[in-house]
Ligand binder design. Structure first.
Ligand code: GTR
Length: 431
């Protein structure tokens, strides 16, 4: 694992090297990358209620056990999110039916989270295939560095938010022309369009800037009760806020006839893969849920303590989860759930978990096992999950109602990943 990998991909300033080399060695002493050293653990059974009674039918799952699990994840890990405000509204700020050399219909939509145009808002970029004649299925994903970085298209509005904090330091860093298209390798725009799908994306910092500011900016303050200064221990952290923003994009889709609101696949990478899973868990309107290299706090089982652990993530990123999650630092066995139950919350909807061979920090085997141990819940619905406890071979995707692949290479989003997601969407959306 590189220094950049741990603190965030954008880190390169020389002054940081001295600091981070110490951090890295301290971190390595504390990190297990050896399967032999995974502790013995037993996972809570998704099909046993908290009162010990068994769950034998899909109906009991949906009416009783699923809400119970969702509530535990909300109160103990991601934090509870509020309903949207009545004054929320959207404005089309730009549209071109012949964008990208005639291949795409581009729309840019500003979504205000309240009636107040001076308050928090997010900018949604949408590309739809120019040839589409009816409502189009879309992939929706948050991006790390601004909408203008997902493609070199000069017409994408430059983000007006702060762009990515640098590690723990808060840097006033605005988008510039120089960063246009710099994340394009992670967004297979041409492949998505040529296969008949749309892409919708939002800069995650529009919803909540990714640093620990005591929740003074982003959407949180909009919802504070009189006298409240930060979320309560069981209220939303940043991951829950980002997921909430994804749901607000679906609210917009419901008003746009060009988008098929019933065929929305939410996709996210890394911290945004954790986010896509929580979005899929909290909002059943996401018809397919995809997590790419989501690791600890995403698909990976916390109890394995392989790669990134609960204490490490809570220390490095204290704003991602709610404060109740601190109780489980070095205390994973006390969790009333593990991440297989997060995957199970998608059932019977299709969910895809992707890993990368060199991304040991994210614990590929822990990511796979979450899908494997969610499988009994899919069986209740007559759906096939991941039937084999052994992981598939590298670059050999498995596609049932739960999909999985581990590809060669590092922590990243590649064209191979996108090809799998498009195949998975073809499989499930064409039925
Ligand atoms: C890392 C973090 C991971 C992962 C990653 C990312 O620094 O430890 O949990 O989320 O960031 O989002 O790129």
């Amino acid at each position: 694992m590189t220094i950049q990998r741990w603190l965030g991909p954008a880190l390169c300033a020389c002054w940081l090297l001295a600091v981070t080399s110490q951090t890295t060695s301290a971190q390595q002493r504390d990190v297990n990358y050896d399967e032999e050293n995974v502790p013995d653990y037993s996972l809570p059974d998704p099909l046993v209620m908290a009162d010990g009674s068994p769950v034998k039918e899909a109906q009991t799952w949906s009416a009783k056990r699923r809400p119970e699990i969702l509530q535990m994840f909300a109160a103990e890990m991601y934090g509870k999110s509020p309903a949207p405000l009545d004054g929320m509204h959207a404005e089309l700020t730009e549209s071109d039916p012949r964008a990208l050399d005639g291949k795409a219909h581009r729309k840019q939509v500003r979504i205000y989270f309240s009636a107040d145009k001076g308050g928090p808002k997010m900018d949604l970029l949408v590309y739809l295939p120019a040839t589409a004649t009816g409502p189009t299925p879309v992939f929706l994903g948050l991006n790390f560095n601004g909408n203008h970085t997902v493609h070199a298209d000069p017409q994408i509005h430059l983000s007006t938010s702060w762009i990515r904090n640098k590690g723990a330091a808060v840097v006033d860093h605005r988008a510039t022309e120089a960063s246009r298209g710099t994340s394009a390798t992670r967004w297979a725009v041409d492949d998505i369009l040529s296969r008949g799908y749309g892409l919708a994306t939002i800069y995650y910092g529009d919803i909540d800037p990714d640093f620990d500011d005591g929740f003074q900016n982003g959407v949180h303050p909009l919802f504070y009760r009189d006298g409240q200064r930060q979320p309560a221990p069981d209220e939303w952290g940043s991951i829950a806020a980002w997921a909430w923003g994804l749901s607000r994009a679906v609210d917009y889709f419901e008003t746009d006839d060009a988008i098929d609101q019933h065929r929305v696949a939410v996709m996210g990478h890394s911290r945004l893969g954790k986010t896509s899973l929580w979005a899929g868990a909290t909002d059943p309107r996401f018809a397919i849920v995809i997590s790419n290299d989501s690791g600890c706090g995403g698909a990976a089982l916390s109890r394995r303590r392989f790669g990134e652990k609960v204490k490490r993530i809570n220390t490095s990123f204290p704003h991602w989860f709610c404060d109740n999650f601190l109780k489980y630092n070095d205390n994973e066995a006390a969790l009333p759930f593990d991440q297989h139950m997060l995957i199970a919350l998608m059932a019977p909807r299709p969910v895809y978990i992707a890993s990368a061979e060199e991304d040991r920090w994210a614990d590929p085997r822990g990511e796979y096992l979450a899908g494997y141990h969610a499988t009994p819940v899919y069986h209740l619905f007559g759906k096939k999950g991941l039937p084999d406890e052994q992981m598939p071979r590298v670059n050999q995707p498995v596609m049932n109602s739960i999909g999985y692949h581990i590809r060669t290479g590092k922590h990243d989003v590649t064209d191979f990943d996108w090809k799998c997601y498009l195949d998975f969407a073809d499989l499930h959306f064409s039925r």
